[in-house]
Design a protein around this ligand. Structure first.
Ligand code: SF4
Length: 428
């Protein structure tokens, strides 16, 4: 077995837990998730809890005897909101836990409770932002939701995707728009006061006008947070085969770009603050404070990712980033469980990050935030200044009107945000 890594998880602040079960596979999905494996849930959760507890004892982390050598640099502090340009209201990110998948709400409550009990041994859940993804097609009745709250979940992220029932069918989703609304209302009724809804645009058959209508309808729901993603037709998915065969038509880049622009306009006019390329948070009165950069309902867990902070991921296919290492757990359920049951870390691959990797990731992730990459944040994560690493790239991207810079840092311009990926590759 690998020996303990050099740092105690006592400095752990961000934890991702992967629940790789879904009732069915959606046509567009390429996540590590499995349908019809209810038979494996109890064994999986037992393995997951063992892994969480081993990590809590400082075990099962990549170690100095791993084939690759860790980054030859001092341990980096976890990034904090202080690192964002501009003074902020909150001192730091709170601890965060994110249960994603897959479908965490596919778990029966007694298994969900076991996961939360093990997570509570690593992080103080009462002080943490604890998010669970929730599929409106699973049993999201008042009792289930109330129990989630009592287990410590204080933020829900619901995958609604579209309000068009015919498109939901094409996507292979197991809910209707009415069921999504009912699940959302039920969550509100039992007291969830921090709810994100995921939507996809650029969907098969979708027009800009239909997207606009849907946006105007969902802002009536008084949602706290939206994550809006452009459809990606992933290789190897059933949707890709349907598109290739001409059975399903998806809008072109121009229409999809227009949908994104309409979302920015409509959500902005409705008082939502876009704080990241794909994320909007409901504006609070306190958010009007000019000293405040991150809105109250922003996802703290995702901000930790975008600040290139350290986090642990547990579960089949989960990724971790910590102390100069990135690693991924075994993706296949049986391999993952067998490793844990044999008292071996379920790590499939681990890579020590070079200084160049850390610099590139800090830029690519941080530029997703509207506040961009702060000079101080970059220095703390890399030990170098922006100019020492990227002087030429910055000059060129500013000349192209894709980046802007002031004394505090660099950020995407509105035009740069439209073609973010083209900007990000310049830092690799
Ligand atoms: S519910 Fe989510 S994770 Fe599950 S198959 Fe559908 S898209 Fe994939």
């Amino acid at each position: 077995m690998n020996t303990a890594y050099t740092q105690s998880p006592s400095d752990l602040k961000h934890l991702y837990i992967h629940i790789p079960f879904c009732q069915t596979r959606c046509a567009y999905c390429d996540f590590n998730t499995f349908a019809n494996r209810e038979d494996f849930m109890a064994r999986y959760v037992a393995a997951l809890c063992t892994q969480l507890r081993q990590l809590g004892r400082d075990h099962w982390l990549p170690s100095a005897d791993w084939p690759q050598q860790p980054l030859d640099a001092p341990a980096q502090p976890a990034a904090s909101l202080h690192d964002l340009p501009g003074p902020l209201r909150r001192d730091d990110l709170p601890p965060t836990v994110f249960l994603g998948g897959g479908t965490p709400t596919a778990l029966p409550l007694h298994l969900y409770a076991q996961v939360m009990e093990a997570a509570a041994e690593l992080l103080p859940l009462a002080q943490a932002e604890v998010t669970s993804e929730a599929n409106p097609g699973t049993v999201l009745d008042a009792d289930y939701l109330r129990t989630l709250r009592s287990l410590g979940v204080n933020r829900l992220s619901m995958g609604v995707q579209t309000l068009n029932d015919a498109t939901l069918k094409v996507l292979g989703r197991i809910h209707t728009a009415a069921e999504a609304r009912a699940s959302y209302d039920a969550a509100r009724k039992v007291g969830f006061d921090n709810i994100n809804l995921d939507f996809i645009f650029g969907l098969p058959g979708q027009t800009v006008a239909e997207w606009e209508t849907a946006l105007r309808e969902i802002i009536q729901w008084d949602v706290d947070h939206f994550a809006l993603y452009s459809l990606i037709v992933e290789p190897g998915t059933p949707l890709e085969a349907q598109v290739a065969a001409g059975r399903v038509m998806v809008p072109g880049d121009d229409a999809t770009g227009e949908m994104y622009e309409r979302a920015i306009d409509i959500l902005g006019a409705a008082g939502y603050v876009q704080y990241e390329i794909s994320n909007w948070a409901r504006s609070q009165a306190a958010d009007a404070d000019p000293r405040r950069v991150v809105p109250a309902y922003a996802s703290r867990h995702n901000i930790a990712y975008w600040l290139n902070a350290d986090y642990l991921g547990c579960g089949a296919g989960a990724h971790s980033h910590r102390r100069g290492w990135r690693w991924a757990d075994e993706r296949v359920l049986e391999r993952y469980a067998r490793a844990v049951e044999s008292e071996r870390p379920p790590i499939a691959e681990a890579n020590a990050l070079t200084a160049a990797d850390v610099a590139a990731e800090t830029m690519m992730l941080g530029l997703r935030l509207n506040t961009g990459v702060g000079e101080q944040h970059f220095r703390e994560r890399t030990g170098s200044t922006l100019d020492a690493v990227y002087a030429q790239e910055l000059i060129e991207l500013i000349e192209l009107g894709l980046l802007e810079r002031d004394s505090q840092g660099v950020r995407l311009t509105p035009r740069g945000r439209m073609i973010g990926n083209e900007v990000f590759v310049r830092f690799i």
